[in-house]
Structures are given as C-alpha cells and as structure tokens.
Write a protein that binds this ligand. Structure first.
Ligand code: CAA
Length: 697
C-alpha cells in the first residue's frame, strides 16, 4: 500500500487519491503509488472504471521540482503515463486546484478529464527552463489542437476550467462535489460503453510542419518577445514540431534528449532557483506563522502624485476601499481625474470591462483633511522626498490614525527610523517601497525599522500577497536593498561614459546580458533629476575621497533630465521616446573628464560588464553582511521583480556564484587599485572566498 496514493472502491469505481501535501507534487513515492494503484485497479474484479483525484488543495501541480537536482528514479512520469494507455478500464482524472506541468500530463494519460469550475490547468514548465517532458508536447496537440497546445506549452500560462472545456482538454465541468461527480461521470461512461480516449493516438504523427507554418511562426515570435534570451520556449516548439514530423514513439524519444539538455542547462538551474527564492522571500526568519498580520479592511494614501495614484489603484484593484488625501481641492480633483483616465485606458486596452472600472473607481474617495483617515487600517504616505515634510505628515497622522493602524512610508531611500522616532507609535511604522508604475510593477520592498512591531511587518507582507505583489523584506539604510544594490551599477555606467564609452555601448552590454533596457536609457525614462536631488540632499555626508558622479550632475545642470526634457543620455526627437545618439553627450563627457583629470580611452565590453555587475554584487554582499537583506536570494528576487533582471540568470547574487566569487573578488581588487575607495571589497565576499563559500548555495 502506498502512503501517498489512497485506494477505495465506490460502487464499481476504484478511486485513487493522491495525498502528498502541499501541492501533491509527483515525487518518486507518488509515481510509485500511482502505478501500484493503477495495477491494483486493473486487476480488481470490483472495479470497472478508475477515478484519479488529488486530496487537499489541488490535483498534482507538477513534478517535484526539488527532485530535479537528484539522480532520476524509476518509474519516470513518462512511463507512468504511457502505462495508463494500456489499462483497459476507463480512467477519469478529476481535477481541482491547479493541474500543472506533469500534473496536466498525468491527466492526459487518463482517458477522460473532469474538473471543478475553479480548477486551472497548464504547462508552466518554460518558466523553469524546461518544457512538458512527459509527452505533453505530443499529447496536448492531439487533444487540444496545435494552436491551443502551443499557447499553453510556449506561453506557460494556465487556463481556467471553462477554457479547458472549450479547448477539449476537459470533458465535463462538475459543479458541487468533485469526487462524487467524477464517479458519476465514470458510471455514465460505463453505461454508455464510451470507448476510452487515448491521447497518444494517432500514433503516426499529426500532420506535416509546413501545414502549420503560420501557427509555429506566431509562437516563435511570441517566445522571442515574452521570453527574451530564454531557450526553453524554443525547445518546446521544436519538441511539438517533432510530433508533427515523427510517429509518437520517435517523437517522445527525441523529446527525452531535448528535455534532459534543458533540465541540465544553466538557465533551468537559474529559473528553478528563482522559483524557490521567491517563495523563500515570503518567509521572514524571526516572524513565524504564529504572528498574524493585522486586519486591513480600509486604506489611505497621503499624496496623489504619480506614485500615490498608482498605489491607490493597486489597493482598490485588490478590493480595498481607499481614501486619498491631497493638500488642496484642486490637486485632489486633478489626481482623481488622472485616476479615471488610467482606468479608462485599461478599459480601452481590454484589460477590464466598464463594470469592473466602475467598481474599482467606486472604492477610491478623496479628501483634503487627515481626519478622513481616522478609520483607515493602513495609511501609506507618498509625499515629496523631504525629511521635514515626512516628519510633519507623520506627526499629523499619528494624531488621527486609529490605534493599531499600520502607518507606512513609501520613501525610496530615507531613514525610516528617524521618521518613526518623531512619533509616539514607532511600533506601527513600516516602509512600503513601491516601484513605478505602482499598479503594474510586482515588487514591494517591505522595510523594517528598528522599533516596529513584528505584526506590522507581517501586515506589509500580507498586503503584498493580497495585492498580487512579491513582498521582500529590507532593513533600514540609505536606499534599502533594491535601490542601494542597483545604485553602484548606475554609478559605474555614468563613470564609464565619463571615461570614454558611449551611452549606447554601456546600455548594449547590459541589454546583451538580458536586461530589457540599459541603465542609462532607464535613467532617461525616470528622470536624471531624481537622483540629482538625492545627491544634493546628501551633499553634507559625501565622502571627499570617493569618486563622485560629476558627469551626471553636469547633465542635470544642462537641463538634460531625460525623455521629459527631450534630452538626457540620449537625444529624443520631437517629443518621442526613442533614444537616439546625441553627440553633445560626448562633448559634455569629455569636458567633465578633462576637469577631473581623466584621460578618455576605448573601453571593452568586458570591462563595462564587470564594472557594472561586480559593483552591484559587491554592494549586495555588503547589504547582506550588514543584515539589511535576510538572504542573498532576497536581493535576487528584488532584481527580478524590481528591475526586470533576466529571470533565467537568477539574479546578481546567483550570477556571482556562477561566475565564481574568487574571480569577482580579484577583479574588484584590481578596480579598487585603479578607481579607489568605491571598490573596497565587501568583507563578506572576502570571507566567502577564503572559506570557499557562496552566496546562494
Ligand atoms: N515541486 C515542489 N514543490 C512545489 C511545487 C513543485 N512542483 N509546487 C509548489 N511547491 C511548493 C512550494 O515551494 C511551496 O513550498 P514552501 O511552502 O515550502 O515554500 C509550497 O509548495 C506551496 O507553493 P506556493 O507557495 O507557490 O503556493 P501557491 O498556492 O501560491 O501556489 C502553485 C501553488 C500554483 C501550485 C505554485 O506553487 C506553482 O506554480 N507551482 C509550480 C508549478 C509548476 O511549475 N509545475 C511544473 C513542474 S515541472 C514538471 O512538472 C515537469 C515535468 O513534467 C517532468
């Protein structure tokens, strides 16, 4: 008897129940249990049909990803699924929760599939750097047709039960009790004598590739745009094409080789790392499940600039009523009009319908007085980045906010401990650092001041989840984790232009690495004046020995603020957003270099890559060493979601381990010799190299 696959007889139907919490992953014991249960049912004189169902929250959500790094053990999932073809009794898969990856492939081995209305099915394997490796690329096109199969396999996005029914993946939707409904369905099949449907048939191929050239091309294009630089979606397409040109047996053999190559690739290792890193980030080492988040039923936002409006929309979209407070009626009306416009744009793009727009807009109200926030369970301050302004706001807020309300600041770099210290309720104060545009970007940095209560932080993390964001914890320091670790990359990018590289050369090295935009193009987009103001506010603390971003300052003095000014690191013609080479930048860079005594030179792409990336890694190591980030993988999650760092590279800290910490340290020391103090190696990096350790393993 299997511990993880139960066996019961209900009427004339054998019910096999997979019970392997939390997500019934198809680990070795489950695979063995399914085979044993199926053989038993096949031989059981009391069973004429078989139902395969999952216990708990879901049908199997896929292979056990943790087993990927271990030697594979028989029975392989492919063999399990192939075996089902040969069982003479009809097998019905009963799907609830999420039948994903190997889970969906397992249902394809079953002869019929029924699902709960809320069930979702899909093949998200491309997100792990692989593709459906248990014949999904052969069976799904036979069941759902090539276009729908490629949609699932290449894009990796699950579909709901209704769509699965439409695609022919599911035969019936069961309202009410799924187990009872599946048994009734099996009895109906038996009574009608419906022949078993075997999804590996026809065995001799399903049409020549040239007949499907347009569909294949469509998905190649989609793979290029959605998964830039990533190989697995393309391997998935090739695997599907194998099924078009070869008989089933040959195609699955070819799949095997392709699948193993993908599974053993660096991209897959990085993507699997990212999967677990993201889930790990949700766990805060000293805040266990026993610390419940505070209840949030209403929210407030102070300040309705671009960021404040985005935050309000994000809160309203998740179902929370939000009160926005602005300084005056005019500013408030203008902000509300902008919010209406944003929702109208969502309707125009087909993202939401009119009814949803009305419902969400109905959750947002405006006020010009803090007293309107007296009922809010959470208030997020999104005012100007000025310490006096923040202190004044929190002083006023603490007087009206109800006891136990979480009071958050969206500052992106300021000392939240100092803000909290001016209030009488530091236990309620946290940082919630959103990324622009706040209603779109999934990153939420939850910043923990020294004296805040653990349940306030738990509330911040719960809010992230509730609003569909990825919450990652950070400690208080200038720029917290995300911006602090990225700043050195931007700094080096500007130094490299000062030293002789063109903005386009610098940006290209980073886009070649997989980043969607180079750092200088990003600065043009967000505005060079933002960090200029920050540098000015920190002028008193500036280290006179360390190299300074003179060129970036000079660009701002010349009004080269980026896209909004029509000129920045690039030129922008006629109010456009397309960066163009602007020779003036080189003139400015040369003048600044001369003043600083820098001799301009040709700079190699390798140096650009190392300068930008290693500066960020070194800072990441310092952040980790200071305890500002709880784990190296938390830094990586922030880069993935905050800066769209290519997921198939894992993140900067994972990349550092891939490159080798010894090599990085040597290079950092060499840069220190040339460029001075900003390159002082992180003590943690030095320790890890001495001990043969790593950041992420
Ligand atoms: N293998 C191992 N562990 C898994 C897992 C899997 N396939 N899927 C989820 N888990 C673990 C998570 O790591 C997490 O563990 P901890 O609690 O220890 O952190 C736990 O299950 C719960 O997961 P979530 O926190 O993600 O829960 P959720 O409710 O938010 O989401 C889910 C559930 C939609 C199933 C989501 O976990 C998910 O998308 N899982 C991955 C699905 C997937 O990629 N399947 C394909 C696997 S590869 C495959 O199947 C290839 C093949 O054919 C051979």
């Amino acid at each position: 008897m299997s511990d993880v696959v139960g066996y019961e007889i209900a009427g004339r139907v054998a019910v096999l129940t997979i019970d392997n919490p939390p997500v019934n992953a198809l680990g070795h014991a489950v695979r063995e249990g399914i085979v044993a249960g199926m053989e038993r049912a096949a031989a059981d004189g009391n069973a004429d049909a078989i139902v395969l169902i999952g216990a708990g929250r879901t049908f199997p959500a896929g292979a056990d990803i943790r087993e990927f790094d271990q030697p594979s053990r028989e029975p392989h999932l492919m063999a399990v699924i192939d075996r089902l073809d040969g069982i003479e009794k009809p097998i019905v898969a009963a799907i609830h929760g999420t039948a994903l990856g190997g889970g969906l492939e397992l249902t394809l081995g079953c002869h019929f599939r029924v699902a709960s209305p809320s069930a979702r099915v899909g093949t998200p394997e491309v997100n792990l750097g692989i593709f459906p490796g248990a014949a999904g690329t052969q069976r799904l096109p036979r069941v759902a047709g090539l276009d729908h199969a490629l949609e699932l396999i290449v894009m990796g996005r699950p579909i709901g039960a209704a769509t699965a029914l439409e695609y022919g993946i599911v035969d019936e939707i069961i309202e009410g009790d799924l187990r009872a409904g599946a048994i009734a369905f099996a009895e109906k099949i038996l009574a009608a004598g419906t022949p078993r449907r075997i999804s590996s048939e026809p065995r001799d191929g399903i049409g020549a590739p040239q007949e499907h050239a347009a569909t294949i091309e469509k998905y190649r294009d989609l793979a290029n745009s959605r998964f830039r630089g990533q190989d697995s979606p393309h391997q998935a397409i090739e695997s599907v094409i194998d099924g078009l040109r070869m008989p089933y047996e040959d195609a699955v053999m070819a799949d095997r080789v392709r699948f193993e190559a993908c599974k053993n690739s660096g991209q897959s290792a990085a993507l699997r790392y990212a999967f677990f890193a993201e889930r790990e980030a949700a766990k805060i080492p000293d805040i266990g499940k026993d610390i419940a988040p505070r209840e949030i039923n209403t929210a407030g936002v102070i300040g309705a600039g671009t960021m404040g409006r985005g935050i309000a929309i994000s809160l309203a979209d998740s179902g929370l009523p939000v009160t926005i407070v602005e300084t005056g009626r005019e500013a408030l009306d203008a902000a509300m009009a902008e919010i209406v416009k944003l929702y109208e744009a969502m309707v125009a793009r087909g993202r939401i319908d009119e009814a949803t727009k009305a419902e969400r807009l109905g959750r947002i109200t405006g006020a010009v007085d803090y007293s309107a926030l007296s009922h809010a369970d959470l208030v997020i301050e999104v005012a100007f980045e000025d310490m006096d302004v923040k202190k004044q706001i929190f002083g006023a807020l603490e007087k009206v906010a109800k006891p136990g309300a979480v009071l958050a600041t969206n500052t992106s770099y300021m000392d939240i401990d100092a803000i909290a210290a001016t209030t009488s309720r530091p236990e309620d104060i946290i940082g919630l650092h959103y990324f622009a545009p706040a209603n779109v970007m999934r990153m939420l940095e939850v910043v923990r001041p020294a004296n805040c209560a653990p349940d306030a932080i738990a509330t911040g993390m719960a809010l992230a989840k509730r609003t569909g964001k990825v919450g990652v914890l950070a400690g208080v320091c200038h720029g917290f984790v995300a911006n602090r670790s990225r700043l050195p990359l931007v700094r080096e990018a500007t130094f490299l232009v000062e030293e002789g590289a063109s903005p386009a050369q610098v940006d290209k090295v980073l886009t070649d690495l997989g980043m969607p935009m180079g750092p200088l193009a990003v600065s043009d987009l967000s505005g060079l004046d933002v960090s200029w103001r920050m540098r000015q506010s920190l002028a008193d603390e500036r280290d006179p020995v360390a190299r300074y971003m003179h060129l970036a300052d000079r660009m701002c003095e010349l009004g080269r603020f980026g896209i909004k000014a029509g000129q920045g690191w690039y030129g922008y013609e006629d109010g456009g957003r397309r960066p163009q080479l602007d020779p003036e930048v080189e003139v400015v860079a040369a003048a600044v270099a001369k003043l600083q005594g820098i001799t301009r030179r040709d700079i190699s792409d390798d140096e650009i890559g190392a300068r930008c990336l290693y500066a960020a890694i070194n800072e990441g190591a310092k952040i980790l060493d200071e305890g500002i980030a709880a784990r190296a993988s938390d830094i990586d999650v922030m880069w993935l979601y905050g800066f769209a760092f290519p997921r198939w590279r894992g993140g900067i800290m994972f990349m550092a381990d891939e490159i080798g910490l010894g090599k990085i340290l040597d290079q950092i020391k060499a840069f220190e010799g040339i460029h001075g103090k900003l390159w002082t190696p992180s003590p943690l990096l030095e320790r890890l190299v001495a001990e043969g350790g790593s950041f992420t393993r």
